[in-house]
Write a protein that binds this ligand. Structure first.
Ligand code: NAP
Length: 282
């Protein structure tokens, strides 16, 4: 039976680190980090996410501000607001909740965030640096995936890693992060033939497709690390892309859903904010 990788436990460890660094800075007389989140429209799921994020900021000692904007706000107004936040020396991180309503040019808006405050790794600038292997803010979900894999203590170097899914926010950056760690990468997608055969050779499998229970034990090599990024709602229950009950008996390590990747993601957003803040205050 494989080990369950607990995102909750790992998130708690990162939270302790964040708390300590803020308390230390406060003792030295520095201001605390500040994260500003912008939400356009009133999507219930996004509001729930923002509330949780705000509560976590409070718990760890970060200042947080949520800017909730009407769906009919003009694109120029949104960009001008972001530019003001870019100039504001008391703001360290800016997070824009995506997707924006359809009438917005999402690339234009996200790229108006200053790269130094782009703690969610949305801008082309940070993306370009990241794919060139330079120091940059990386989107938090892929960062969470890597963190969970590393938490197993298994050396990633030289391992065969299969990433299922090739989106810009999850699949591609996960593959790049694993490549940076010297794994050998195969990326699968909806047009890939024989995914099962490809997966059977993998030491590490990351599934990010949004297809509930897609991956069962017949895809998995004995002892492999399996990371489930999928979050679909099935009968009102958050369900991953992996059939946990079947895969846990064959894998070496497996993340649950919920309580796996998602549990670490928000904490890493706050960690990125602290990294931006440290550059500003020290
Ligand atoms: P996305 O943009 O819809 O991309 C899905 C990817 O999966 C695409 O590359 C698609 O291939 C591929 N795909 C779909 N069906 C497939 C199949 N049957 N076999 C192989 N590949 C298939 O989704 P996303 O934004 O990357 O998100 C993926 C999942 O992760 C979703 O469930 C999402 O809710 C979840 N998620 C979780 C977190 C978290 O923090 N836990 C964060 C972000 C996303 P093509 O490119 O060929 O279409």
């Amino acid at each position: 039976m494989g080990e369950v990788i607990s995102g909750k436990v790992i998130a708690e460890e990162i939270r302790e680190e964040i708390k300590r660094s803020i308390e230390d800075a406060k003792d030295k007389g520095y201001r605390v980090p500040c994260l500003v989140t912008i939400l356009v429209g009133n999507d219930g799921g996004s509001i729930y996410y923002l509330n949780n994020q705000r509560k976590l900021c409070e718990k760890l000692g970060l200042e947080s501000k949520a800017i909730l904007l009407e769906e009919n706000i003009k694109e120029e107004e949104l960009i001008s607001l972001i530019k003001k936040l870019n100039e504001d020396k008391t703001v360290d991180g800016i997070m824009l909740q995506l997707p924006l309503p359809k009438n917005f040019n999402e690339a234009l808006v996200t790229n108006s965030i200053s790269p130094e405050k782009d703690v969610d790794g949305l801008t082309d600038y940070n993306n370009g640096k990241f794919y060139k292997g330079q120091d940059a803010f990386v989107p938090c979900t892929p960062r969470s995936v890597l963190h969970l894999i590393k938490s197993t203590g298994v050396d990633i170097k030289g391992k065969n890693a299969v990433v299922i899914g090739r989106s810009n926010i999850v699949g591609k950056p996960v593959a790049q992060l694993l490549l940076n760690e010297n794994a050998t990468i195969t990326i699968c997608h909806s047009k890939t033939q024989n995914i099962k055969e490809v997966c059977k050779n993998a030491d590490i499998i990351v599934v990010a497709i949004g297809r509930p229970l897609f991956l069962d034990d017949s895809f998995v090599k004995e002892g492999a690390i399996v990371i489930d990024v999928g979050t679909s709602s099935v009968d009102g229950k958050i369900t991953g892309d992996v059939d946990f009950e079947k895969v846990i008996n064959k894998s070496g390590h497996l993340t649950p859903v919920p309580g796996g990747v998602g549990a670490v993601t928000t904490t890493l957003l706050l960690k990125n904010t602290c990294e931006a803040w440290e550059k500003n205050v020290y």
